[in-house]
Design a protein around this ligand. Structure first.
Ligand SMILES: C[C@H](O)[C@H](O)CC(=O)C(=O)O
Ligand SMILES: [Mg+2]
Length: 394
């Protein structure tokens, strides 16, 4: 069988949602006084966009083979990511057979290691990697999950991240993850408000619905430990990303100190097998949460997921829409998925990467039947109504 070769790779940027899901309009719950490491500066407390959380925008990577088959993927990396793809990574992709994914990853990672290893560089590598998986699936006319060994379950179940777990319950989700709103700089009064919000939600959703707190790297060890003990009274299932992603020691200590039964989760800002090896070997958390669009793509996630399994940890990706659905349905240690509520009031379910993709599958009643993923590649297309801008060429 002759294998087509990749003829072109292109990198473009697009604004307004999509891969950069913090790039929202005024009035969205995701930008309403959420605790962050920048909240120690009062002027950056109310809005995360005020300190630049949405400066990057979405990077779209498209690949095209010489038989006309096309694949694409997205991430958060904007113009800087587009530069890296066009000026550096393209040389490892064009002219190569569409089946050469592992070698492409290795060359992209090690050629950029002197300035990369994580952050925007690995986001860009992730997008190229996902575009290659999409292309391979489209060429073979198989969904990516089939290329990964096939599903181990018939449907995915979801929890929802947003300001309204009570509405998430009505929408059929298994749990709701709230953004923590007040950090240590807001003192005891802020802590009280955090607990009051949790208590209110517990009263609205009843005892059996999962409630979690996402702390977006905003706390210190002492505050996180106190919050965990007080939140235990309201049945908090897990406490997420409390500390800086660099503080592996703090996470290990936190995990030793929190109430029995509560879980520590983190990893959305971690990348590669080496980063996750630190989290797992140091006993930092119970669930790792790589973002498939940021951690190195599917090629790296295969390794990260196997490492987690060997450590008895779950691997439940951060967001990542269809990119995570195709992976998680093939692995027993990924028993549920997250969807971040893109609707401004978190009151209805929109596609995770709204409005950038066409045919993006959306959970109904908190579930997604595997038949919804039965399309070649990742089963999605770019929305022609979104305007792509290609800042660099090679
Ligand atoms: C809501 C969180 O602050 C963040 O925007 C998303 C996130 O960390 C998550 O979904 O997990
Ligand atoms: Mg999170």
């Amino acid at each position: 069988m002759s294998v087509p070769k990749i003829k072109h790779i292109r990198a473009s940027v697009v604004r307004g949602g999509g891969g950069d899901y913090h790039d929202v309009e005024d009035g969205h719950w995701i930008d309403d006084h959420i605790a962050t490491p920048m909240a120690r500066y009062p002027e950056y407390r109310q809005s995360r966009r005020s300190f630049g959380i949405n400066v990057l925008g979405t990077l779209v990577v498209e690949v095209e083979a010489d038989d006309g088959t096309k694949g694409f993927a997205i991430t958060t990396a904007g113009e800087i990511g587009a530069f890296i793809v066009e000026k550096h990574l393209a040389r490892f992709i064009e002219g190569r057979p569409v089946t050469d994914i592992e070698r492409a990853w290795d060359q992209m990672y090690f050629s950029t290691q002197y300035y990369g290893r994580r952050g925007i560089v690995v986001n860009a590598i992730s997008a190229v990697d996902l575009a290659l998986w999409d292309l391979l699936g489209k060429w073979r006319e198989e969904p990516v999950h089939a290329l990964l060994g096939g599903p181990v379950r018939d449907e995915l179940v979801f929890y929802a991240t947003g300001a309204r777990p009570d509405l998430a319950k009505q929408l059929g989700f298994i749990g709701g993850k709230l953004p923590l709103q007040h950090g240590p700089a807001e003192g005891e009064e802020g802590l009280k408000q955090n607990l009051a919000k949790l208590e209110d939600m517990r009263n609205r959703v009843g005892d059996d619905f999962w409630l979690m707190y996402d702390c977006w790297m905003s706390l210190d060890l002492n505050y996180a430990t106190r919050l965990a003990h007080k939140a235990h009274e309201f049945g908090l299932k897990w406490i997420e990303e409390c500390l800086s992603p660099d503080d592996y020691w703090g996470y290990a200590e936190l995990r030793r100190n929190i109430p029995r039964g509560m879980l520590v989760t983190t990893g959305e800002h971690e990348a590669t097998r080496w980063g996750f090896r630190m989290l797992l070997e140091m006993g930092c958390c119970d669930i790792i949460q790589p973002d498939v669009n940021w951690c190195g793509g599917i090629t790296e996630l295969i390794k990260i997921s196997a490492l987690a399994d060997a450590h008895g940890a779950l691997m439940v990706p951060h967001g990542s829409g269809p990119y995570s659905y195709h992976f998680c349905c093939t692995r027993h240690n990924s028993p549920f998925n997250e969807i971040i509520m893109s609707a401004p009031k978190a009151d209805r379910v929109l596609p995770a990467f709204h409005p950038l993709l066409v045919n993006e599958p959306v959970p109904e009643n908190g579930r997604l039947k595997l038949s919804a993923l039965d399309k070649p590649g990742f089963g999605v297309e770019l929305n022609p109504a979104c305007t792509l801008h290609r800042p660099y060429t090679h």
